[in-house]
Design a protein around this ligand. Structure first.
Ligand code: 5RP
Length: 236
């Protein structure tokens, strides 16, 4: 079996740590599900924390909730639980989007894209009036660490990687559902805003996994002490 992919965050080591992490993800997801109301248009992220959100949302039995999914996996799971899923272009502006993160720093910067869905996730987060992040406590880090996920245009991808330096295609050469190649930037992050600007200015980079604090309304971080609510840079 391939070793787990490095994500920059602390890895839980013991089985009991893994159980605790699942409980924390569930607690953060439940807290977020309580922020969802009848009539909302809701963006759904991707990953194991969002997988805890979907049953919590379904259990709310809201009859007038329209969801937009950021990946085929989330779309399948949401529909399987009876949630209504439509395309972003059909729905338009969203009231809220809820998603996980790989890392959250004290300023509210996020690294996302461990599940290769960061391009769609950023589009959906940007379409939402409120972007709510849910995470277990090991995602809260004092400083962001590489890797930073990337999505690249296929054409000239090796030239794009060479221009970036310290970047490589993700093992198994993963592609996004939109046909982009998934890669990771492995150089040091330093000041996230500067790296974000550099990545955005590199031809061939479709999107990167750095999410700025001003995109985020609320961050819900769950641990043994309960769910901590941090206001994001967008206020919340
Ligand atoms: C997918 C993502 C996920 O939100 C991120 O990887 C966190 O995943 P998980 O909830 O499984 O820890 O950005 O592209």
């Amino acid at each position: 079996m391939a070793p787990p992919r490095a994500t920059g965050r602390k890895q839980p080591r013991r089985l009991s740590d893994v159980d605790a992490t699942v409980r924390y993800k569930r607690a953060a997801a439940r807290a977020a599900s309580e922020m969802v109301h009848e009539g909302m248009r809701l963006g759904l992220g991707t990953g194991s924390t969002v997988a805890q959100l979907l049953p919590a949302l379904a259990a709310r039995e809201l009859h007038d909730l329209t969801c937009v999914a950021t990946s085929p996996a989330t779309e399948r799971a949401a529909r399987g639980l009876g949630l209504t899923v439509r395309s972003l272009d059909d729905v338009g502006e969203l009231d809220m989007a809820i998603d996980g993160a790989d890392q959250v720093d004290p300023q509210g910067w996020l690294v996302k894209g461990g599940g290769a869905a960061h391009t769609r996730e950023k589009i959906v987060a940007a379409a939402a009036r409120q972007f709510v992040v849910i995470a277990s406590e090991e995602k809260a880090v004092p400083q962001l660490q590489p890797p930073v996920p990337l999505e690249l245009i296929r054409f000239g991808a090796h030239m794009t990687l060479a221009r970036l330096g310290q970047a490589r295609l993700r093992d198994g050469v993963q592609a996004s559902p939109d046909g982009g190649l998934i890669a990771d930037y492995l150089g040091s992050i330093g000041e996230p805003r500067e790296l974000a600007a550099r990545l955005e200015a590199t031809p061939g980079v479709v999107e990167h996994g750095l999410f700025a604090p001003e995109m985020v309304a609320v961050i819900l971080i769950a641990g043994e002490a309960g769910v901590e609510r941090r206001a994001g840079g967008a206020g919340g």
